[in-house]
Design a binder for this molecule. Sequence first.
Ligand code: GLY
Length: 356
Amino acid sequence: MDRIEIKTESKNYEVIVGENLLITDNFADAFNKEVFLVVDDGVPENLIQKVEKILGKKSLKFHSIKMKASEEEKSFSSLQKIHDSLMDIGYSRDCILYALGGGIICDMTGFAAATFQRGVDFILIPTTLLSQVDASVGGKTAINHKKGKNMIGAFHQPNKVISDMCFLTSLNARQITDGLSEIIKHAAILDYKFFIWLEENINDLLSKNSSVFKFAVSRSIELKESVVSKDETEKGIRKWLNFGHTFGHAIEMYGNFEEFSHGEAVALGMIMALNLSVNISGLDLNEAERVKTLIKVVLTENLLSTKFDPILLHQMMSSDKKKTGDVLNFIVLKAIGEAEIKKNPDVNTILSSIEI
Ligand code: GLY
């Protein structure tokens, strides 16, 4: 088992990564506490029962709620359901919330914990590759507003994260792509050595080899930690984690939030951000090609043949900018493992980068 210490200004906590982690010893925070579990309805039933059995036996009071993990359900009304249950059953400020699920359930449970009685403890058990390497680390919690994703939220760090490889074997190909896309992102912006490791091990990752997964998840979390420990609330270098996301958010919108998953959109967005990096940040053409080649291995032929109308995609970036009140920031690479932020690049340069 790997233990990764996450150090932030507001809280330090541990992420444990490995196999067979769903055992009583790893749930000591729940002993004799009031525990409320939010479960993602996509998690295999036998694994839900394993967690419920431990929490039910060791806690003072235990209830769970199963929720649908969709962007529509990451809403005020779902949040209210959690708060209503906590109030109706009579949970105190000393309670602890657990989330068992993917990023949607982790984000929503975290926000419920951030807001219930002005903030209570919570622990995450992320069950997708994407949530293990991204949503569960760094304390971003949120629900969606009808005008934008994750628009209502708070920074609230968990007390612990339990990332068990057992959840990954049941993931479908798209869910694996979603996670790999963020893992490649972490390597591309922060760690050339890890990037080379990914080039060498990508096929084992695609075939869900558990020991390579463990290394990729742990290294990815360490890299994310190196960023959030310096900039918890995204005033500066945490923005690097948005590599591929300015194009990616617009790609999600372009596909009506149906055609492309978040990870697919970010992967395609990273290809465009690499084109932009060559144009405005001096990224060597061969290095750009190497990163693109790795990204393309995790995407389907179908996705790679998507044609985007540059003007329309750029309009979508600008409308997203209006909603978030941000300037049009792009994260670009100077070299593999070295990122920087460029604000408002020339429109024609952006348009010419919109190519897969
Ligand atoms: N998902 C990017 C971040 O946590 O900042």
